[in-house]
Structures are given as structure tokens and as C-alpha cells.
Design a protein around this ligand. Structure first.
Ligand code: 5GP
Length: 233
């Protein structure tokens, strides 16, 4: 019998530990924004994020990216490999949006001449501050590991940017998380979903992501469903 043991409940996911180095990630219908300052629930969001993440992990695996994805385990659950996570959020940007507007004197929607990679320390109590390579080293991430993480992040960006371009969608920016598996390999973890990425329709620049909720731009489920259909349909 497989032993189930809940190990962690986050804002939008539950992580349940299984035997044999496997973990279930359960996607919740809850959504939060602005450091937890804005909260809601949308029926069906967990299912959509689980399916979209599974789809994108498969796309990446086919292109040779190592991810923690093993399979779909029901409506809103994925089975993934257990990783020892780095305490980092790695953001990749192709187009100016979100917090970048507060850092650089550039207009929203400006295409960047080359992708930008940013590092954040994943810690709610410190509000996920932006950090640099020196800080990362103090946090226990070696230069070699960071180099590998950035290389994979940029590779993921190339693959997904092209994939979305083919579907009339601009990959504006996204956040990735990485961990080490039992074999000591650096592997892409967490999720890749409209909760963690910005997607714009290439024609209309309409958001198909959590900005719909953040900035009251319409119906979140409609936006996520449209994204799902354009990816899979
Ligand atoms: P920004 O820094 O502009 O707020 O976010 C950049 C990108 O990373 C966006 O696609 C955003 O959704 C994602 N991102 C950054 N931090 C987080 C986070 O803590 N949680 C989630 N879900 N996404 C994040």
C-alpha cells in the first residue's frame, strides 16, 4: 500500500509525499496576488493549471529538458519526482511587464533585445526579495549550480517562446524553480502555468494569465481555458 503523508500546503498547491522518492502536487482553486493581499477561488482553476503544467512539462521533456514531471494522477494532481529545492525563484523576461517597469525606464510591451534572467530568494517572510549571484552563494547555491540553472532557464525560454509563438501567443515572462534529484541532477520543478507566467495574445495583447485576476481584466477561468484550448486543441 502506498503511504500518503501531507508535507506542505502552499497558497495555490498542496504537496503530498509518497514512497519511493515521489510526490503528488495538488493544484488548488485558490488564487492569491500582491503578496497574499488579494485572494479568491475559481472553480476549475486547479484542474486547468495541472493540465497546462503537465502539457508544458511534456513539451520540455521532448526537447531534452530534465523536469520532475512523472505523470498526471487525476483531475488536479501531478505525480512528480521528489527534489531538494533550491530556495530560488528564477524569472526570465522577454518583454517589459510587471515589476521590471519599476526597475528600468522602459514602456510596458517593449521587446527586450535579449532575455533577462532574475533571481529571487523564495521566502514569504522577506517578501521574495530580488538577489544577485553573491547572495545566492551565501544561500548555498554554488557558482557552478547557478550557471547550470541559468543555462536551463534560458533553454526553457527558447523552447517555450517558440512553442507559444506557433500558437499566436507571446511568452512575456515566467518564473521557474529548480531542485536536485536523488542522482544529484539539477531538475526543473514546481509548475509552469498561467499562475506563474505572463502570456499575451499576439494580436490583441490580451492577457491569458494571472494578470486577469491581479488587475481585474476579466474572467480568470475564461482566460485560462482559452490558453488551454490553444495549447492542446
Ligand atoms: P514580476 O516580477 O513582474 O511580478 O513577475 C515576473 C513573472 O514571474 C510573472 O510571470 C509572474 O507571474 C512570475 N512570478 C514571480 N514571482 C512569483 C511568485 O512568487 N509566484 C508566482 N506564482 N509567480 C511569480
Amino acid at each position: 500500500m502506498v503511504k500518503l503523508m501531507q508535507v506542505y500546503e502552499g497558497k495555490a498547491k498542496k504537496v503530498i509525499s509518497l514512497d519511493e522518492g515521489k510526490v503528488i502536487m495538488e493544484f488548488k482553486d485558490d488564487v492569491t496576488a500582491f503578496d497574499g493581499g488579494k485572494k479568491a477561488q475559481f472553480r476549475g482553476k486547479g484542474w486547468l493549471n495541472a493540465q497546462i503544467s503537465a502539457h508544458l512539462f511534456r513539451v520540455l521533456e521532448e526537447k531534452g529538458i530534465k523536469t520532475h514531471f512523472i505523470g498526471v494522477a487525476g483531475e488536479n494532481r501531478l505525480i512528480v519526482e521528489r527534489l531538494r529545492m533550491y530556495p530560488l525563484e528564477v524569472v526570465v523576461r522577454n518583454v517589459v511587464a510587471g515589476s521590471l517597469k519599476r526597475r528600468l525606464p522602459l514602456e510596458e510591451g517593449t521587446e527586450l533585445p535579449e532575455p533577462i534572467v532574475e533571481l529571487y530568494y523564495k521566502d514569504d517572510s522577506l517578501h521574495d526579495p530580488m538577489i544577485n549571484r553573491y547572495h545566492a552563494k551565501i544561500l548555498g547555491v554554488s557558482e557552478a549550480e547557478l550557471g547550470e540553472i541559468e543555462r536551463i532557464a534560458l533553454n526553457v525560454n527558447e523552447i517555450l517562446r517558440e512553442y507559444f509563438r506557433g500558437r499566436g501567443i507571446i511568452l512575456v515572462d515566467f518564473k521557474l524553480e529548480f531542485g536536485k534529484n536523488e542522482r544529484g541532477e539539477i531538475v526543473l520543478g514546481d509548475e509552469i502555468s498561467p499562475d506563474t507566467c505572463r502570456f499575451w495574445d499576439a494580436e490583441t495583447k490580451k492577457s491569458l494569465d494571472k494578470d486577469v485576476f491581479r488587475f481585474d481584466k476579466g474572467d480568470l477561468i475564461n482566460a485560462y481555458e482559452e490558453l488551454y484550448t490553444r495549447l492542446t486543441g
